[in-house]
Design a protein around this ligand. Structure first.
Ligand code: SF4
Length: 252
């Protein structure tokens, strides 16, 4: 059974192909949708293990996906650089397999120090390295992403990756605090090649307190100033006023 798959719905906007390497994710983000999708209790989902036989299954998938020009995202339902990776080294092995078969890969993580281990492979196979960054204030990060690395660890890691000529991107989704999201754009632009921004969903008690129309205008203006690539996800762009749509693009 293939382990590389075509995501559906909102996830498809991030990547045409994806691959999940671990069952579970120890970061324990309070807004994580993965436990619900996997029919697991949130408190159990933090115990992460490599998917059974995953490296050999990826090798088998190369019959179909070798040389496929569509990017493969690692990962949607786990973090490829969560602490379990230090013991198992699955992400490193899979990067070798994908790279040797000419696959385009994009990594998304909330980790910091462990990623340095693989800078050689990210560079060798031209892998795009992304971090999720929702909060500029680490107290907010601690509240919502209790076991993930700190804001400054993630930023520092991305800065070093950029200096090593690794392509970098930041996912700002889901947005909880518009002011912090815009601050991330401004602070990280010097070492980030692309930003992807999406709104908060499934938390109506917080969503209704955010002026999304104002936020989409503010964030597009901030992004335009950086002169970096960006992508505004559909569920956020639908709040853009006619004026904003006339003057700016959803994707650059
Ligand atoms: S890093 Fe991603 S998969 Fe892991 S707990 Fe957080 S939101 Fe869920």
């Amino acid at each position: 059974m293939p382990v590389i798959y075509e995501p559906k719905g909102r996830a498809r906007e991030y990547s045409p192909l994806a691959l999940n390497l671990y069952n579970g994710c120890s970061h324990g983000c309070k807004y994580c949708y993965a436990p619900g999708i996997m029919h697991k209790k949130r408190e159990d989902y933090v115990y992460a293990k490599p998917r059974k036989n995953i490296v050999n299954l990826v090798k088998a998938d190369m019959l179909k996906f070798a040389g496929d020009p569509r990017p493969i995202l690692l990962c949607f339902s786990c973090d490829p650089y969560q602490p379990a990776e230090e013991e198992h080294g699955i992400t490193r092995q899979v990067l070798e397999v994908l790279g040797e078969h000419g696959c385009k890969v994009s990594v998304l993580t909330k980790a910091g120090p462990l990623v340095y281990r693989d800078f050689d492979l990210l560079l060798k196979y031209d892998v795009e390295l992304g971090i999720t960054l929702l909060f500029s204030d680490d107290a907010c990060r601690q509240r919502w992403e209790p076991n993930a690395t700190t804001v400054s660890d993630r930023m520092t890691m991305l800065l070093h990756a950029h200096r090593e000529n690794i392509r970098t991107w930041i996912s700002i989704e889901p947005v909880f605090y518009p002011v912090q999201a815009i601050s991330i754009v401004k602070e990280c632009a010097p070492f980030t090649d692309c930003f992807k921004v999406g709104k908060l969903n499934h938390m109506p008690h917080i969503e209704r307190n955010i002026n999304w129309e104002k936020f989409v205008e503010d964030v597009v203006l901030a992004l335009m100033t950086t002169e970096r690539h960006y992508y505004i996800k559909n569920d956020l762009w639908k709040f853009a006023s006619e004026d904003v749509r006339m003057q700016y693009k959803k994707e650059v």
